[in-house]
Design a protein around this ligand. Sequence first.
Ligand code: ADP
Length: 168
Amino acid sequence: MRRALYPGSFDPITYGHLDILRRAARLFDQLIVAVVENPRKEPLFSAVERRDLVKKALAEEKIRGVNVITYSGLLVDCARELGATAVVRGLRATSDFDYEFQFALTNRDLDSDIESVFLMTAGQYSFLSSSLVKEIAQYGGEVGKFVPDCVARALVAKLKRNRRRKEG
Ligand code: ADP
């Protein structure tokens, strides 16, 4: 049984993530999306909201057989506990490389039994990031091309709630 983890912030999940997920699901017997609870940047959505959006997006895109969890702590510990032997990451531009290189080498140093696997982005998603989607949504732009409907709706609702909270 080849089990892989696809870790990330997913704040929120985009079609770029979903493309990597769909392709990774073909390579492994079991794929688990691991939503990191405390990402490097202050997230817009809570870990549970991000996890639920991944689940909804998978259902909307009809991608079956992928589990979704949240995790905190070391990725290699999470992988070991779940019996995963691979960590999947997506690569967009060379700008992703430095961080991913460091991340992969550190993880290998911590546990050499866990292999990092990199999938190259699809051309049409090479510019796409969660940050870009949030920025477009913030200024009232249309994000339907970048994220599934359930995510677009959640973004509008979350930003409206945040705006009201700031004003009130
Ligand atoms: P992190 O904060 O861990 O980078 P992200 O949610 O931003 O979390 O990304 C998770 C993984 O998905 C990373 O490996 C990232 O490079 C990859 N990824 C994000 N967007 C895309 C995209 N448009 N195409 C391919 N891979 C992507």
